[in-house]
Design a protein around this ligand. Structure first.
Ligand code: KG4
Ligand code: ZN
Length: 343
């Protein structure tokens, strides 16, 4: 089975080709990605209308590229998968519309995929794929969730952020420090030269007794520190603030993820989503989990942030496990709000 995956939920246009034989693990044949980050940078964040228009420009050339690289034609595709939600409505409609049009043209069915399920399952394309069941820490720009994952399509929410997502905390703090958009990778780079103990930033909900997160207060704490320096923070102050912010976010993510592992008694943890690319998070989690005999699985670095491969993969796994049926009703209806526990 050949699955073409299309991702257009936010500011990356992704296309990929995944092959899935009945009893074998799906494999990635080709993938192509265009990031709109530079286009949105001037505005300090994603401009939805610009995002939609750019997806329109990029999506078909990316599809042509993966078909060429994968040595396939459109008529060789068995299912066209697209991100149905959550995400920006206009951006989602571009991917859904293109997927339905292409599939209809060659008489193939489509399958709408939940974007977070794509992130969650993305480690199945890594060199170290997990086994079910496991605890998943999903840390992206818009979501921070802990899930108990029994099987493909069986997800139980254990805890989530009550306000900002972890990626949002990275991005908003980076903005305060004068770094570009998206700020996560830039803040992580700056933090390398900083002292993580220099500023005592809060670890919100660390001892709340549940598995929820709260990151909105962190940017206020950073702003307070910057104001104390009355706009005269030196380069070292900025690096120290970056390191201290990263440490606060990573501490809370690690503590809660390990708590989830303890509560569920599951020996495996999967980390996915853009923040899963953070080296300090990986280092701290590997150390703490290793000491408890827990194995941590990550997606390959280039598959942490949004991409088409995870969408094609999620579709392939859903079809292999019989939890989804593709359709020839090309309604291209999208779900901008769509909780993972509802797939
Ligand atoms: O999963 P993703 O591509 O998009 C959403 O579905 O939201 O995640 C993007 C988020 C952004 O907030 C970005 O700043 C963050 O992931 N991010 C990082 C790193 N790489 C990406 N945050 C911290 N460290 C990184 N290395
Ligand atoms: Zn994402």
């Amino acid at each position: 089975m050949l699955v073409l995956g299309i991702e257009t939920s936010c500011d990356e246009t992704g296309a990929a080709l995944v092959e899935a034989a009945p009893a074998a693990a799906p494999s990635l044949l080709a993938q192509a990605l265009h990031s709109q980050a530079r286009m949105h940078e001037a505005y300090g964040g994603v401009v939805p209308e610009l995002a939609s228009r750019d997806h329109i420009r990029r999506v078909l050339p990316l599809v042509e590229r993966v078909l060429a690289e994968g040595g396939a034609t459109l008529s060789a595709i068995d299912v066209v998968a697209f991100t149905r939600g959550p995400g920006l409505a206009g951006a989602l409609l571009v991917g859904a519309g293109c997927a339905c049009a292409m599939a209809c043209a060659v008489g193939r069915p489509v399958l709408g995929v939940q974007h977070l399920e794509g992130h969650l399952l993305s480690p199945f394309l890594s060199v170290d794929p997990p086994e079910f069941p496991f605890v998943a820490l999903l840390v992206s720009g818009g979501h921070t969730q802990l899930m108990r994952v029994e099987a493909v399509g069986r997800y139980e929410l254990l805890g989530e952020t009550v306000d900002d997502a972890a990626g949002e905390a990275f991005d908003k703090t980076a903005k305060l420090l004068g770094l570009g958009y998206p700020g996560g990778p830039a803040l992580a780079r700056l933090a390398q030269g900083g002292d993580a103990q220099a500023f005592a930033l809060p670890r919100p909900l660390l001892h709340s007794g549940n598995l929820d997160f709260s990151f909105a207060g962190l940017k206020t704490a950073v702003l307070t520190q910057l104001k104390r320096r009355s706009g005269a923070a030196c380069d070292q102050d900025l690096a120290d603030l970056a390191a201290s912010t990263q440490a606060a976010i990573v501490d809370v993510l690690c503590a809660k993820a390990l708590r989830a592992v303890e509560i569920t008694g599951l020996p495996r943890l999967v980390v996915s989503g853009g923040v899963g690319a953070n080296a300090e998070l990986r280092r701290q989690l590997d150390t703490a989990a290793g000491a408890r005999g827990v194995h941590v699985h990550y997606p390959e670095l280039e598959l942490c942030t949004d991409n088409g491969a995870m969408i094609a993969l999620a579709a392939a796994l859903r079809l292999q496990h019989g939890v989804a049926q593709p359709t020839r009703e090309y309604t291209f209806e999208v779900r901008p709000r769509w909780p993972l526990s509802d797939v």
